[in-house]
Design a protein around this ligand. Structure first.
Ligand code: FAD
Ligand code: NAP
Length: 347
């Protein structure tokens, strides 16, 4: 039986450590409890917020509905062939522990995504990515429950409509499903992806070196390098509340980029296959003078300007006010609009 707790403080359950209350909170550990919680919400006409690790949300205010903390557990290989193993993980599994488990059982492909906070079930929402690997490259399918009807639904990788830090769950399927498990297609052989300069440096690879040297690394060595780089650069939410990158890297068209590059010859950029250019939002914010800035409870991380921290455990409003100031400053300096990466609740 699920336990519904009224006026529940969510401060411990979001990595920005914002104090805000849920009208009701329930932790669900079984499929039946998911259905019971949905029936509870339906009877009271409450909106439902599925919650994982709370590492990609901003609580702007108290949540007037049911927060459903997804605690479904379980990992199992479900199929295999000569090259691949399909592994299914329940939505409440911790993402990093799942990646480590895959390495331990000889299933590779997720090592660059080590140490990303949060749950397996939230990973498809923004198609998590790091160091040149995105979830969409490995997701085979996912199982979900329709919040309105309580019926089961399966999404293939194609129907998730994945894009850069984006999926159908941020658009037409937004607020419509509880993801209950995700199935990954993983490799039996290690295929290193070592394009990012910080990772190459950590592994003592030449900046432009090629495949022969890279082939010698085990997946665990790559994971360990990712972990080391992340621990050096990113604030640990346990001590410095934050939600990771606060803004997406903007994609601009070639003409806009050419004009920007004329004004800022050292602008950090990455050409995309579709002709657009990805700008490093962290660079834009840094050059606009925000790195290390502090305003009361909230601050801009001194090692990475893309991360807003909440050392004073201030309100969601103060976090969003700083984000707004940064957005306006970047727009006035470069004419580029930054988009928030974490989801803001209530919408
Ligand atoms: P939550 O914050 O709990 O939820 C996020 C969204 O997903 C919400 O809209 C929520 O309703 C929804 N959701 C959660 N679970 C479910 C479910 N089971 N079914 C349906 N909807 C659900 N992200 C990256 O992509 N790459 C990184 O390298 C990265 N690094 C980070 C580093 C730090 C220090 C931090 C704090 C964050 C980082 N993030 C990164 C962002 C974040 O960790 C990821 O987006 C992660 O997938 C969020 O998982 P979560 O369980 O905490 O989600
Ligand atoms: P970084 O390695 O200093 O790189 C800065 C930016 O340049 C990143 O945003 C990255 O884009 C881009 N980049 C670097 N090398 C690239 C390449 N070879 N090809 C294409 N793009 C390249 O970034 P960082 O802050 O230390 O983060 C490292 C990785 O972890 C990044 O992939 C980042 O996205 C991820 N991360 C994400 C979050 C989050 O909350 N979303 C938080 C921390 C770290 P991409 O961001 O597109 O990769």
């Amino acid at each position: 039986m699920a336990l519904f707790l009224p006026e529940f403080d969510l401060q411990r359950f979001n990595t920005l450590a914002i104090a805000a209350r849920a009208q009701f909170y329930v932790a669900v550990t079984t499929h039946d409890e998911v259905l019971e919680a949905l029936a509870f919400a339906r009877e009271r006409q409450l909106p439902v917020l599925p919650l994982g690790g709370g590492s990609n949300i901003v609580l702007a205010d108290n949540y007037p509905g049911l927060v459903m903390h997804i605690k479904l557990r379980g990992i199992e290989p479900v199929a295999e062939d000569a090259q691949s193993v399909w592994v299914r993980a329940a939505a409440g599994e911790n993402w990093h522990e799942f990646v480590q488990h895959c390495l331990m059982i000889g299933c590779y492909g997720l090592e660059n995504l080590s140490l990303i906070p949060g749950s397996v079930g939230a990973a498809p929402i923004q198609n998590i990515g790091a160091y040149g690997v995105e979830l969409q490259q490995r997701l085979s399918e996912l199982s979900a429950v329709d919040i309105r009807s309580g019926l089961p639904v399966t999404f293939t990788a194609e129907s998730c409509n994945f894009a850069y830090r984006d999926s159908v769950f941020k658009h037409s399927a937004r607020d419509r499903y509880i993801i209950t498990s995700v199935t990954f297609k993983l490799d039996r052989a290690v295929r290193p992806v070592l394009d990012y300069p910080s990772l190459r440096q950590q592994l003592q690879l030449e900046p432009d070196g090629g495949a022969p040297a890279e082939a010698h690394f085990s997946a665990q060595q790559i994971a360990d390098a990712v972990i080391a780089v992340r621990q050096e650069k990113l604030p640990d939410p346990a001590t410095t509340p934050n939600a990771g990158s606060f803004f997406k890297n903007p994609l601009v068209d070639a003409a806009t980029f050419a004009a920007l590059q004329q004004r800022y010859p050292d602008i950090v950029s990455y050409p995309q296959a579709d002709g657009r250019v990805k700008l490093a939002a962290g660079w834009l914010i840094d050059r606009a003078g925000w790195r290390g800035y502090r305003a009361g409870d909230v601050a801009v991380h001194s090692e990475q300007a893309l991360v807003i921290t909440n050392p004073g455990r201030g309100s969601g409003a103060s976090v969003l006010a700083l984000a707004d100031e940064i957005t306006r400053s970047v727009f006035s300096q470069y004419g580029v609009t930054l988009e928030l990466e974490p989801r803001v609740y209530p919408a």
